[in-house]
Design a binder for this molecule. Structure first.
Ligand code: ZN
Length: 66
């Protein structure tokens, strides 16, 4: 029993720019706003930092909670 034709499209973050913050998450919303400000200021390392934390949404933001 093998599933040979299991292809599911995987949508990760956009190649450049910020990942879309899931609606309803205050942490992601704050991170997105922070990332936008950092981008406007040219602080790209902070931008990628924020983006990385938004991607951790699915893991319940381990760096933000407790
Ligand atoms: Zn989140």
């Amino acid at each position: 029993m093998t599933n040979k034709t299991m292809s599911e499209p995987v949508h990760l973050a956009l190649p450049d720019g910020s990942p879309a913050p899931p609606p309803g998450c205050k942490v992601c919303g704050a991170l997105a706003a922070e990332g936008e400000r950092a981008q406007a200021a040219g602080d790209l390392s902070k931008v990628s930092d924020c983006n990385g934390e938004i991607r951790e949404h699915k893991n319940a933001h381990p760096r933000r909670q407790r």
